[in-house]
Design a protein around this ligand. Sequence first.
Ligand code: DQA
Length: 142
Amino acid sequence: MTLVYVLNGPNLSRLGTREPDVYGAETYADLVTLCEETGRSLGLKVEVRQTDSEAELIGWLHEAADGRVPVVLNPAAFTHYSYAVRDAVAMRTAPLVEVHISNPAAREEFRHTSVVSAVASGTVTGFGLRSYVLGLHAVATG
Ligand code: DQA
């Protein structure tokens, strides 16, 4: 069974209570269940992780690169300014799909820039938690 990491950056553990008008009412636990169930239906073994630490996220990206593990990544706020996360993504050895729950292009100006997109395989934004489902479909087929 193909292993896939679903990696989440800062504040995503707060889903459900964090700005529900933007991110919805579903919790981080709901996200984990959704990703695991989607993985099962696609024949993938999905491992979902979340961290508020840039260093930890970079460590997980190194682990994915070393193991040739495909990744669905929501870098959260790191998306907009972390060249360190971008450089770690650039080392990828398997498909990596950048996902966002909201549509950053339709929000504040500082969210319009992703320093990660250019080194990802592709990006899915704006579909709520379904962005992860679409991202998992993309890594399963490509
Ligand atoms: C986000 C969008 C980012 O701008 C924000 O900092 C997040 C979540 C999203 O999933 O919509 O933390 O990545």
